[in-house]
Design a protein. Sequence first.
Length: 380
Amino acid sequence: MGISPAKETHDPRPTGKLYAAKWKHEHLRMVIISAILLFAVTVMFSSLLEDAYAKSVTVVDGEKTAIYKTRSNSVSDFLEEQGITIGPHDEISVPLTEPLGKSERIVIERAKPVIIQADGTEQVKYTAKATVGEALAALNIPLGAEDRIFPPADTPLSDNLRIKITRVRTELIETQEPIAFKVVEKKDGGLETGKKKVLSAGKEGLLVKKLERVYEDGVLVREEVKEEIVARPAVQQVVAVGTKKPSTLAASAEAIPGGVLKLNGKEITVRKTLKNVTLTAYSAGPESTGKKPGDKGYGITRSGTKVQEGRTIAVDPKVIPLGWWVYIEGIGLRRAEDTGSAVKGNKIDIYYDSEKTAEKFGTKKGFTVYVIGPVKPTFD
């Protein structure tokens, strides 16, 4: 009979390698999990540590707002780090050299170009202000109390906004104006009709006006009278107006050959006869003589007599001697008593009391004048 091998009654004991392999197998998962947990803890701790030392910066740039984390120490370093540029006219709420706080807020106002029209010039300026009024103040553009700006000061700024400044100036001045005197006429039976005589000279008055003048950009745009004061009232002039019928003396004249003039039927010897004489007229007033009533020499002739309508004429003494009588064809007897700078040669200036009459007389040519002499002819 064969012999059967004996069977083992239990498992063989594990060796040291088997124990190690078994331990490694059982604990490998735990090691991996532990490593992952350790890395996560390290990262979280580092993050917490970084957050503990990082600064939070809120930047408001125009209409944009952003929050940044940074370890920069100054505002300028932070802006450089983030690539944020500040223009030469932009405004920033925190100085660039200021250290960053733990929690900082920086506001950046971007400058806009605006066009300023003032004082005859137009300039482009840059400002970060919000309104027209704030911009003008920031740009140091002076405004007078009466100056006008358009658009209004509270208008929000926009790019290339045109701002017009109108310079307004108001001044008060005082002016003086003459007040013309009135002429009052009184009938006088002692004077011939058509003749006038000043009884009392008129005097101009004086009116003082206070004016308000408004200038815009140096141009007068409005003038208003604020007050009128009569500083000196005018004095009326009284003039006598003749009503007496004129004499018919020397109404007719006839030249007789041989230097004789037949005047109203009486023959008068004539020294010489002037042909083609030009006649003009003048008065004693300022229009003819430059003198006013009351002035020295007013109404006094070159020969010293007082002017008289119907008698006085101005002549060239080289042609007609002063003091001599003449007969002017169509005018009558007149006496050479005065001279004038414009009276030269065959020219005679006839005196009238009224300047209007003298002006109306005008210039007449082609007259014949008979020079009689120093003695006035009589018709007795």
